[in-house]
Structure formats: C-alpha cells, structure tokens
Design a protein around this ligand. Structure first.
Ligand code: SAH
Ligand code: SF4
Ligand code: F3S
Length: 418
C-alpha cells in the first residue's frame, strides 16, 4: 500500500506527519511523493489562517475526483482543523474516511488498523534520502492565548514533555545519523519539566557527545531569560539564530493582542541579545491589519522593523479565527489597506535583510548540507540562512565551508572551499 501525506502549517504538524509516516511504514506501507499513486492520503491540516484551511479544502476537493476514479482510496484528515472542525469536514467532504484531531494523534496507530490490510508485509526498506535534521517536540499546546491565535484552542494547554523522553529521542536520532536537532514548542522559553527549565534542557542535550547542532523554535519575548542568552552565547552547539516574534510595533496593538510586552521591552531584550551574542541572527513575525490598526499603529510597526533590522521577517495578513477573542473585536481593517501595508513593509524588510546578508560577501561560512539535487547543494549556516553552491560530490549531512559570492534577502550562494 502506498501512502502520501500533505502537511500544511507549522513544524508541529511536520513533526506529527513524520510520526504518522513512521507508523504507516511499520504497517508495511510505502511513502510516495506522488499523490496520484497513493492508495492512502492524509491531509494534515492547519487553522492558523483562513488561507491554510482553504488550502486543505481545495486539496480535499481534488481528492474527491481521485476517489471517483479509485474508490479504494482512503482519505484521512488530521491536524488542527480536524481538531475543531471535524463535523464541518465530515459534512462538506462526505467521502473522507476518517477525521482525527491534533490532540488525538496518539490514537493514529489504532485508527489505521481499520484501513491497512493486515496481510501487508513489514517494510524493512529504510528511507532512501538521508535525513539531516530532526524535529523533536519538547512541549505540546499553548497557554498564552494571544487574542488573534487559534492554536491554544485547537492544541490545548501547554504541557512540557519529560526531558528523559526528549533525551532518549535525541540519542536515537543521533544514532540514525541525524546532525541537527530542532526542538519544537509554541513557546520553548517556558519549558519546565519537574524543575528543569529550557536552558537546563539545552545544557543536557548539548552534553550528549553525538549531538552536533541544536536549534529551537519558537520563542516568546515575555519569557526569554538572561540565563538563556548566556547559554546561547557560550554553547557552540547551539545555532546562532533566534526567531523572536514581535507581531506589532504599536503598544496599543500589542496590548490588544495580549502579547504581554511593550515595544520598549522587546527592544531592550533584542539589544541585550545582540550585544551578548554578536553573530546572532534574529528573525521575526508581524501581523498586519489586526482589528483597530490605525495608520499610526502601522507606522510604529514599520519604524520598528527599520530600527531593529531583522535578519528575516515573516509578514502575515490578519485573519479572523473562530473561537478567538480578536474575532469579536470591531475595527476591521479593509483588505485593500492591509494589502498596501503588507507590500510597504515587505519591500522595506527585504531590503533590510539583504543588506544584513551583504556582510557575508567574500566571507567563508560553515554550513550543514541538507541535500544535493542536480549538482546544486542546499545547506544552512548556523544563522539559519540558506546557502546554495555547486558540487558534484555527495555531501548530504556534511559540514563544509563555502565562500559567499551572492546574497538575496532570504538566501545566499557561494563556492565550496576545500
Ligand atoms: N507560537 C508561535 C507561533 C504560532 S503561529 C509564536 O508565538 O510566535 C505563527 C505565526 O502566525 C504567529 O507568530 C503570528 O504572526 C501568525 N498568526 C497567528 N495567528 C494569526 C492570525 N489569526 N492571522 C494572521 N497571522 C496569524
Ligand atoms: Fe499562538 Fe501566542 Fe501561543 Fe504563539 S504564543 S501559539 S501566537 S497563542
Ligand atoms: Fe501549527 Fe497551524 Fe496548528 S500553525 S499548531 S498547524 S494551527
């Protein structure tokens, strides 16, 4: 039996998809990258923005046609939208075989036994593509309730995972040849399992000899400790990249978003990090068009982006989400204004990021090669910037030096140094 998984949304979902793929492989199923060849398709959904939900429904629409041609096709819907909108999915897409919410992912194994024939041979074939990095979930859910965000409503309250389990998983990943561990949580800074905090968890993981590189995401400015800054500065296994979502540069909007910090507090933290870790790359998220966002509020965000000079900025158009507090707020910003503000900030922030990357021109950077396709290697430096270079060698999983010759806002390219 061949299966295909479409993953929409964040790394939490990527991680869940990996777990489902593992289980299906244990049942003897083989993963395919071609949805048309699959007998079993899983759509792992996200509900963070309307567009993410729309994507799932369009795919489900196409799967309806595929099922008309192949009535044996099994379709499962999992993830965050499946968590809160199971009923709607079942009504809109009657041909779907099962809907399993993000919180119930642990019962996936039980669910598939209903659909995967028992006589299938156990598939011993390990994946051909060598995996270089592995996502490891260190906490589930979120208890922050930012007023725009659906995640706490669909993933439930924040729960930290036993560090013994995490360390077991890290060890296993390293034994499988993984070079980079990426720790995941909606707010890793508030990790706490029986008195062990996030900094201590990082220390425990970096003490494992086999671990080469550690990354983590995402951070919340309200919980980022001095102790953590110190640890990142001195620990050379920890990559020098921090994703630190600002969301808005206006204190009025930050308050309405329930982010629990002011712009000034964010800026103080930002500068402290930059001073203590000079080679750090800080990236951020911004939401444009939160209810009540005035021209002045937007100008504050625009100015913040100029003042802080992020290495990379993800800019999202506000999307009202069911169950959230913000969905009830008045002061809808018209779409054409949101679009204008989005373009203004995007163009400006791209120039900033590109200028920041310019400092790498003619510099040699150390990168971990993630894949090589048709003679082009795709790698990443410690700062999480994508680096491309030409090579005829099989370098996947190797750490090599590359002299940078060209930069773009979100990537760079160069020449392999030997
Ligand atoms: N826990 C993480 C990120 C969760 S979602 C954090 O706190 O940063 C990733 C990003 O999506 C958020 O940082 C936010 O910028 C954006 N986002 C979340 N809800 C949104 C909404 N309703 N509309 C637009 N963007 C949203
Ligand atoms: Fe959503 Fe805020 Fe939690 Fe991030 S911290 S997942 S934005 S509620
Ligand atoms: Fe992630 Fe989307 Fe769920 S961002 S936690 S997959 S709502």
């Amino acid at each position: 039996m061949k299966f295909y998984i479409e993953t929409i949304g964040c790394q939490m979902n990527v991680n869940d998809s990996e777990k489902m793929a593992e289980i299906l492989s244990e049942y003897g199923c083989i993963q395919t990258n071609d949805i048309l060849l699959a007998d079993f398709v899983i759509v792992n959904t996200c509900s963070v923005r309307f567009s993410a939900e729309h994507k799932a429904y369009s795919l489900l629409g196409r799967l309806k046609e595929q099922k008309e041609i192949n009535p044996n096709l099994i379709i499962g819907v999992t993830g965050c939208m499946a968590q809160y909108a199971a009923k709607e999915i079942k009504t809109r897409c009657k041909y779907v075989d099962f809907v399993l919410g993000a919180k119930d992912i642990n019962s996936f194994s039980q669910t598939v036994t209903k659909y995967v024939p028992k006589e299938t041979e156990v598939n011993e074939n390990k994946q051909e593509n060598r995996e270089v990095f592995k996502y490891i979930t260190i906490m589930r859910g979120c208890s922050n309730f930012c007023s725009y965000c659906i995640v706490p409503h669909v993933r439930g309250p924040e729960v930290s995972i036993d560090y013994n389990e995490i360390i077991k998983e890290v060890n296993k990943a390293c034994d499988d040849g993984i070079k980079e561990i990426i720790l995941l949580g909606q707010n890793v800074n508030s990790y706490n399992y029986s008195g062990v905090n996030f900094t201590q968890l990082l220390q425990k993981i970096s003490q494992i000899d086999k671990v080469t590189r550690i990354r983590f995401m995402t951070n919340h400015p309200k919980d980022f400790s001095d102790e953590l800054i110190e640890e990142i500065a001195i620990n050379n296994k920890i990559c020098k990249h921090i994703h630190l979502p600002l969301q808005s540069g206006s204190n009025n909007i930050l308050k309405a978003m329930n982010r629990k910090y002011t712009y000034e507090q964010y800026k103080t933290l930002y500068e402290k990090i930059k001073n203590k870790i000079p080679d750090i790359n800080i990236t951020s998220d911004i939401i444009i068009g939160f209810p009540g966002e005035t021209d002045q509020d937007f100008q504050d965000t625009f100015n913040a982006s100029r003042q802080l000079q992020f290495g990379g900025l993800f800019i999202f158009k506000y999307s009202p989400r069911p169950k959230t507090f913000a969905a009830k707020l008045k002061g809808n910003v018209p779409l054409d204004i949101i679009k204008k503000r989005h373009v203004l900030l995007l163009e400006d922030s791209n120039i900033i990021s590109k200028n920041i990357n310019e400092k790498y021109i003619n510099e040699t950077v150390e990168v971990l090669v993630e894949k090589v396709n048709n003679g082009v290697a795709e790698a990443r430096n410690s700062q999480n910037i994508k680096v491309f270079f030409d090579t005829k060698e099989k370098l996947t999983g190797e750490i090599v030096n590359v002299k940078i010759t060209k930069v773009l806002p979100n990537s760079m390219s160069g020449i392999l140094q030997r």
